[in-house]
Write a protein that binds this ligand. Structure first.
Ligand code: 0L1
Ligand code: MG
Length: 256
């Protein structure tokens, strides 16, 4: 099994926005370490193409999502500057079957590393917290995958939109932050910050520990998408999404 070959195949599908078969079927012995290595190989390609590595995302941070993939652990992915949306219009170009999920984004101002990191240390290293929308888009047919597949596909990362309004970490009890999502004027999802590992700060703690296992860390200036507060909504061209982060502001998205 050549990880570069598998990475190239996934990369081609990420770029062409064409669905592919699960790699775990053809490579049943693939490990989680292999899958993270594939993710890293493809990130290197992007950096060589002048993209910028701007942060990390955590995925599968809710019990419901973990159960749907049959795992009991979150995963991480890498965020690139080119994934960041600059306006509220999501183009379907380059996407296969996108889904939108509301998240809280942490902006870090210190390096965070190590296996013994505490919530207090994460709070102290947090410049601010911003409402965000993540657009996930699995490259696998029917959005169906196992843990190794999804990690190798950069945790389904596709696009993200971050609110311009930043809040101080102590401004709110983030586990109580309420979110309501409307799709074409109908409320379709509601949730609270506690859906993210009990509190989004724990997602950053877990991320630092998982990165440590691979000799990686969070650098100052990086953002962390901490994980979905509600189920992701499948969107199509012509849809409009209105997400209310109660007391923190609204984020709209039109799919074009
Ligand atoms: O951000 C996420 O929680 C998604 C992680 C990958 C699983 C999926 O694509 O639903
Ligand atoms: Mg997400």
């Amino acid at each position: 099994m050549d990880l570069n070959v598998i990475a190239n195949e996934i990369y081609r599908h990420q770029k062409s926005a064409k669905e592919m078969d699960k790699i775990s079927i053809r490579y049943p012995s693939i490990t989680i370490e292999d899958a993270y290595k594939i993710q890293e190989i493809n990130m290197e390609k992007e950096l060589q193409n002048s993209d910028q590595f701007v942060g990390w995302k955590m995925g599968l941070t809710s019990l419901a999502k973990q159960q749907s993939v049959g795992v009991n652990q979150p995963i991480y992915g890498r965020l690139l500057k080119s994934m960041e949306m600059s306006n509220k219009k999501l183009s379907m170009e380059g996407l296969i079957h996108p889904r939108v999920e509301p998240e809280l984004a942490f902006l870090m101002n210190k390096r965070l590393e190590g296996n013994n990191i505490t919530e207090q240390e994460v709070w102290e290293a947090t410049e601010g917290i911003m409402p965000a929308l993540e657009i996930i888009d699995s490259r696998y047919k029917d959005f169906s995958f196992n843990l190794m597949d999804v990690v190798a596909d950069n945790a389904s990362s596709a696009r993200f939109l971050i609110s311009e309004i930043m809040y101080k970490p102590g401004q709110l009890q983030w586990e109580k932050a309420k979110v309501r999502m409307k799709l074409n004027n109908q409320v379709v999802q509601e949730g609270k910050g506690s859906a993210v590992l009990g509190n989004p700060v724990r997602s950053v703690v877990e991320l630092v520990k998982m990165l440590h296992a691979s000799g990686l860390c969070i650098e100052p200036g990086m953002i962390v998408l901490t994980g979905a507060i509600t189920e992701a909504i499948h969107v199509f061209r012509g849809d409009s999404i209105e997400t209310e982060f109660v007391g923190l502001g609204k984020m709209d998205l039109t799919i074009i």
